[in-house]
Design a binder for this molecule. Structure first.
Ligand code: WT7
Length: 661
């Protein structure tokens, strides 16, 4: 198995283990016995297990009779004959008991807070839903959401859900070109955006990016709804652009929900794969909602008076499941923050925790590592006593960062849940249950109830025995799994279920794309991607995407991109670039490298800017012309080449590449 050594292998030597405090256990929704009960129920009757939970936890307009339809596997369908609506689950069902409870607490980048109660959120969602209807949006239409991380993003998602439209959020950091690709793939006729936003004090002109993307394509778009948020002077295109506040001004604050089949697509969210083209991951309404809802209860021990802060942007799956659908369907209070952890200073996250009384804090290892580097004094300035548990998501967390989180933020007593999952899985899959089991620094512990994982070898055969290493697969379908890749069901089957043969029982193994180890206690340790996908600061990027962006520059003949370990970002992007014509040196080379980095930012977004660009005369290739990436990975890390290079066509190039830095 070609597994990137991202430095995480040291976790396998990790022996520390931290049980939850008796205090936490005493109040936890799930203790060890209750968790064992759930696992036992799922093991004996897996269909009944999910069916009972779906009935009990979600509000259905028409109850379902079929729990799982696997007649067209691996296109699985859950709760097919039931009808529901995600916005009703997140809003209407709380109006009686929690109408005046705060649903969202928001803090802007430059300070200033706003809140929405459940009643207010419901009214705002209904108004926008009516506004969208007035623009012609109907069930199954795709609506692109390109907004900053503000309450309006949540409102936009729920307004789409209310009328059965399919939202597709594009993260505000993506470029005009990425936005255009997503508009074209979804054939959306509507975009919801803003006049701009502020991150770390910098103004980001989202509307301008929308205009650029529509100037170059995206011809399906008819209307652009613009939220006034950034105080930017924007150009409104007559007949096409309409202000959000004007659109909703005359709309009623009630809107009858569109009852949709459980399988009705709730959203599309694009993510990177191992080819150049991002995949539109399609999630369902019923199954997805169940996963987001239940995992909030199980892994975050969510209770009525919690203030739940997941720091992810709504542009990512984490922002869908743990800022929007999961906490709101549980009637929780959600914290939202528009900005970055280090603005105006490195105490910002901790000040927000203090000022808003955050009780559950969920962030990415990259943020933990960045804040750890800035020292213990920042968190110590603030009162973090309301915090009762911590979470981590998005990439492997190294034990050092885990221990800092535990010691400095958790005061050595708060449980930490390291949650493993993916855009495709919809909700957390492998995670501690905080009141029910000890945690180990760097391990996401065990699969959740109803989720069945194995570690398999190259041939797809599960490793027997607890201790094992290999590919992580999920052996049974689960309600919140992706349903397909928008417009490309063949790719769905091939990318996720095609690697290993169909099983004797007719089922398929879902291949996660991650390598993993399982220790003697049955705990999982995720080792990182085994495909050509990078994880840079918790953001997923395909090496081929970055390569295509590079070769679209007129000076570039060929490019190969690999990851190398980075102590804050997890992985850094290293690109080897072969130019057309002569290779410049010195200041001229520097200038071109900067130009290439900016070019990638323009093609994909700033998150994809290569950290290193190495100009060279050739790439290490086999005689059949295949680039030997593992050699490039060693070179990127500055390691001596120890691998077998006898199949290389041009071994001399290695020496040159090693000197390019
Ligand atoms: C990939 C999925 C989960 C939502 C955010 C990322 C990596 C995710 C962990 C974790 C180790 C993790 C995996 C996975 N990953 N969580 N707790 N420990 N690795 O979603 O962008 O779809 O990326 O992120 O490599 O495959 P995504």
């Amino acid at each position: 198995m070609s597994q990137p050594d991202n430095g995480i292998s040291s976790v396998l030597a990790e022996t520390r283990s931290f049980p939850p405090s008796p205090d936490f256990v005493a109040r936890a929704r799930l203790d060890a016995d209750k968790l064992a009960g759930l696992h036992a129920a799922a093991a004996t009757d897996y269909i009944g297990f999910w069916g009972d939970l779906a009935k009990k936890e979600l509000a259905w307009q028409t109850p379902f009779r079929t729990v799982l339809d696997d007649s067209d596997a691996p296109n699985y369908r859950w709760f097919t004959d039931g009808k529901t609506n995600a916005s009703v689950n997140c809003l209407d069902r709380h109006l009686g008991s929690r109408g005046d409870k705060i649903a969202i607490r928001f803090e802007a980048d430059k300070g200033g807070a706003r809140t929405f109660t459940y009643k207010q959120l419901h009214a705002a969602v209904c108004k926008l839903a009516n506004g969208l209807k007035s623009l012609g949006v109907v069930k199954s239409d795709r609506v692109i959401v390109y907004l900053p991380h503000t309450p309006e993003a949540v409102i936009a998602l729920l307004a789409c859900a209310r009328i059965g439209a399919i939202h597709s959020v594009v993260f505000g950091g993506f470029s005009a070109s990425s936005l255009k690709d997503r508009i074209e793939d979804t054939a959306a006729k509507w975009i919801i955006t803003a006049d701009g936003n502020s991150r770390g004090g910098n103004v980001i002109d989202l509307k301008k990016t929308v205009d650029e993307s529509l100037a170059s394509g995206g011809k399906t778009v008819e209307k652009v709804v613009v939220l006034k948020h950034g105080d930017n002077a924007v150009q409104m295109s007559a007949g096409r652009d309409i202000w959000w506040h004007e659109l909703v001004a005359t709309q009623a604050d009630r809107c009858e929900p569109e009852w949709v089949e459980a399988e009705h697509p709730l959203f599309l969210l694009y993510t990177s794969g191992s080819t150049g083209k991002p995949k539109g991951i399609q999630h369902s309404t019923g199954g997805y909602l169940l996963g987001a809802h239940l995992t909030c209860q199980w892994i975050f021990d969510l209770k009525e008076d919690d203030v739940f802060w997941c720091t992810a942007d709504v542009g990512w799956i984490t922002g869908h499941s743990y800022v929007t659908y999961g906490p709101l369907s549980n009637g929780a209070t959600v914290m939202m923050f528009e900005g970055v952890p280090t603005y105006p200073d490195a105490g910002r996250f901790w000040k927000i925790c203090q000022d808003h009384g955050v009780t559950i804090f969920y962030t990415a290892p990259t943020a933990i590592r960045a804040l750890m580097k800035l020292g213990d004094d920042w968190p110590k300035k603030y009162d973090l006593s309301k915090l009762r548990m911590l979470g981590s998501v998005g990439e492997p967390i190294n034990p050092e960062a885990w221990m800092w989180y535990h010691r400095v933020i958790g005061n050595e007593k708060l449980p930490i849940v390291d949650t493993w999952w993916q855009t495709e899985t919809g909700a957390a899959m492998i995670s501690p249950i905080p009141g029910a089991m000890p945690t180990k620094p760097g391990s996401c512990t065990k699969p959740l109830p109803g989720i069945f994982c194995e570690i398999v070898n190259e041939a797809g055969v599960p490793e027997k025995g607890k201790e094992a290493g290999g590919y992580l697969v999920i052996t049974k379908p689960w309600p919140h799994m992706l349903r397909t890749i928008w417009g490309d069901n063949e790719r769905y089957k091939k990318a996720y279920f095609g690697q290993f043969p169909q099983q004797a029982d007719g089922g398929y193994f879902y291949v996660a794309g991650d390598g993993a180890h399982r220790d003697k206690d049955g705990y999982y340790w995720i080792m990182g991607r085994v495909d050509d996908v990078l994880n840079v600061s918790g953001h997923r990027l395909g090496t081929m995407e970055v390569e295509s962006a590079l070769v679209s520059h007129p000076r570039v003949a060929e490019a190969a991109v690999v990851g190398r370990p980075h102590d804050v970002k997890g992985e850094a992007i290293c690109a080897f670039v072969i130019l057309k014509g002569t290779r410049p040196e010195g200041a001229e080379a520097e200038k071109l490298i900067k130009e290439l980095r900016d070019h990638v930012a323009k093609e994909i977004g700033a998150i994809a800017k290569p950290d290193d660009i190495r100009l060279a005369d050739g790439l290490p290739k086999t005689r059949s012309g295949k680039i030997m990436r593992r050699l490039l990975r060693s070179i990127a890390k500055g390691e001596a080449i120890t691998q077998d290079t006898s199949t290389l066509e041009n071994p001399a190039i290695l020496e040159q590449l090693a000197q390019t830095n």
